[in-house]
Write a new protein. Sequence first.
Length: 206
Amino acid sequence: MKALPKKLLLLILFGIAFTSLVCVGPAQAYTVTLEQMGANVVATGSGAFDLTGLAFNTSFTATGLSIVPNNPTIFTGAVPATVSAYGDPNGFPFPGPASFGSGTGADASSGSGDFVGLGALGGIVYVPNGYVSGNALSSSATWDNATFASLGVTPGTYVWSWGNGLPNQNFTLIIGGAGVPDGGSTVSLLGCALLGLAALRRRLGC
């Protein structure tokens, strides 16, 4: 098989890199994964929110982290932190599960990253003060010497939403490390790269 000319190879590589960058979409919707890691339970969250359709409620200093499965609530991140609460303007609960277990509440041992929280029955999302819709967030919380049973959580995937169903108008909690979908971003990047390569080949007539 004849090797590609160096110039053509460089153009192909540039085309793949460029189209991959162009096709990168916005941050995926915020998702928290709760997993058993050794003797501890760890929550890891990342993604972004679209707060359209929610009303600013209040700002305050958060000093603790907790999880309340029977009243779907979870807080992750470093504390203390200055936090803003955004809620349903009518005070309605977010559409979604009424609980993610039977536990009545447990305080986390530690946390890191951005402060992010959900109070689903109150229809409230908690984000860092000054948060702008679409900005990526990441956070974690750890419950030392805990298990799913001791926290009273039920493995599964739980989703709460608001607004008009736009991509980032939801909060997803995955209990059990079932894996977090990447929203098709990996496949999209590959598809964009292949399209860019095909276009480049047509342009070069090869």
